[in-house]
Design a protein around this ligand. Structure first.
Ligand code: PMP
Length: 438
């Protein structure tokens, strides 16, 4: 039998075992089909044969409807940095609720959180809040268009900047109808030529300094620096999307570089796991939002400063994920990532933990992946098997092979993940090699 057929059989076998263990989640999905297309309101959470329905989260662990307990490396796709139940965040939410739910006025919380973020991220002179990372990027892009009076935007293939700004393999049906040109992530020469070609039509380049959904691929410094220099040359803005990577160390990735983007966006973790987004940057650009003289751009949003998110954010970013904790957490994550790569090397299995710190993606390849086009069809086809087998070992990971570490995790959680990967390799090493050889 050829490797592809064996892989298919292995995936079916794992799915059968999963189904047998999760009858209540199976039934819950079935019942949800009537009112939610595919039983689902968030496409990324769907996988075959059906996703687990979660009923409780405690620290870094989650419990499903059938009563199984997992170590949660999905970590809400990185928004769950603080885990499920940090008492300090819960207390901040309770306190905010006691003051009133929907205030329709400025509150102390967003002012405190704005100061925390601006003192922390070098590119943020001033900031505004919104409801999601998608919205933050829409605001940054529309700001760039309005500031420059230009329409063209440059993004990267396989990047993800939100539900209507995503480019897996190219543009998507549901994208906003902005005038996007696409280039290849980490292709310094090609992108440089593209920026020069777009010249004074170009309003902005938007980039994630580590390409997250595209495989947790680190942007190399020369590439990012070139983006800074060439955007300056053609009078376009550089936008860093740090919705995910803002959790890297004390200052996000941009704080590790010797230059700043004009605008940056944040989201996910900065409100302790509650809905939010933020965009900000150079004071002269953000000043355009100043409403005091009646000429400011009208940036609206009923829930921009909702008290729960803002209050949770103050505690999360001000008291829990302090700059020192950010640095330590990055190191802890890097040590874990290196331990995985050591294990893969020692076992001589073609797997690699890409990414940085607490943002890791397992690729089926011996070497680090430096660009999305290096991801092979074989690698993609092995991911559902890895995903299923990890779930069966009690380790929740994203279906595309991402692991996100969270602050309440301890070494025993990491040991559990390493152990589960070991079991996966014991079982499937030959199959992995054969699939990649096709
Ligand atoms: N940018 C990046 C880099 C993201 O990973 C995401 C979410 N996965 C977003 C933007 C969009 O954030 P949200 O889901 O809060 O709209």
């Amino acid at each position: 039998m050829d490797a592809k057929a064996v892989l298919k059989g292995a995936i079916t076998d794992a799915q059968e075992r999963y189904k047998a263990l999760n009858p209540l989640s199976d039934e819950a999905e079935e019942n949800a089909l009537t009112y939610l297309p595919g039983g689902n309101t968030r496409s990324v959470l769907h996988f075959e044969p059906f996703p687990l329905t979660m009923v409780k989260g405690e620290g870094a662990e989650a419990i499903d409807l059938d009563g199984h307990r997992y170590v949660d490396f999905v970590s809400e796709y990185s928004a769950g940095l603080f885990g499920h139940s940090d008492p300090r965040i819960m207390a901040a939410i309770d306190e905010a609720l006691e003051t009133g739910i929907a205030m329709g006025a400025p509150t102390p919380y967003e002012r405190i959180l704005a100061a925390i973020l601006c003192k922390r991220f070098p590119a943020l002179d001033q900031v505004r809040f919104c409801n999601s990372g998608t919205e933050a990027n829409l605001m940054a892009l529309t700001t760039a268009r309005a500031v420059t009076g230009r329409n063209k935007l440059l993004a990267f293939r396989d990047s993800y900047h939100g539900s209507v700004i995503k480019f897996p393999g190219g543009s998507c049906e549901l994208n906003v109808p902005f005038d996007f040109a696409l280039s290849d992530f980490n292709d310094t020469e090609g992108t440089e030529a593209r920026i020069r070609e777009l010249g004074d039509d170009l309003a902005a380049v938007i980039v994630e300094p580590i390409l997250g959904a595209g495989g947790n691929i680190q942007g190399n410094r020369d590439f990012l620096k070139m983006l800074r220099e060439r955007t300056e040359e053609v009078g376009a803005l550089l936008i860093f999307d740090e919705v995910k990577t803002g959790r890297m160390g004390a200052t996000g990735v941009q704080g590790m570089l010797d230059f700043k983007p004009d605008l940056m966006t944040l989201g996910k973790f900065i409100a302790g796991g509650l809905p939010t987004g933020a965009f900000g940057g150079r004071a002269d650009l953000m000043a355009r939002f100043d409403p005091r003289h009646g000429r400011g751009w009208n940036h609206a949003g009923t829930f921009n400063n909702n008290v729960c998110s803002m209050a949770a954010g103050c505690v999360a970013m001000g008291e829990i994920f302090t700059p020192d904790v950010g640095d330590e957490f990055l190191k802890w994550g890097e040590d874990f990532r290196e331990s995985l790569n050591r294990m893969f090397r020692e076992r001589d299995v073609p797997m690699y933990a890409n990414g940085m710190g607490s943002m890791i993606a397992i690729h089926f390849a011996k070497e680090p992946t430096k660009a999305p086009k290096e991801i092979t069809a074989g690698c993609q086809s092995l991911r559902p098997l890895l995903h299923m087998e990890m779930l069966l070992e009690g380790v929740l990971i994203c279906k595309r092979g991402d692991f996100f570490l969270s602050l309440p995790m301890n070494d025993s959680h990491l040991d559990k993940a390493r152990g589960a990967l070991g079991v996966f390799i014991d079982k499937h090493q030959l199959l992995i090699e054969n699939v990649l050889a096709v």
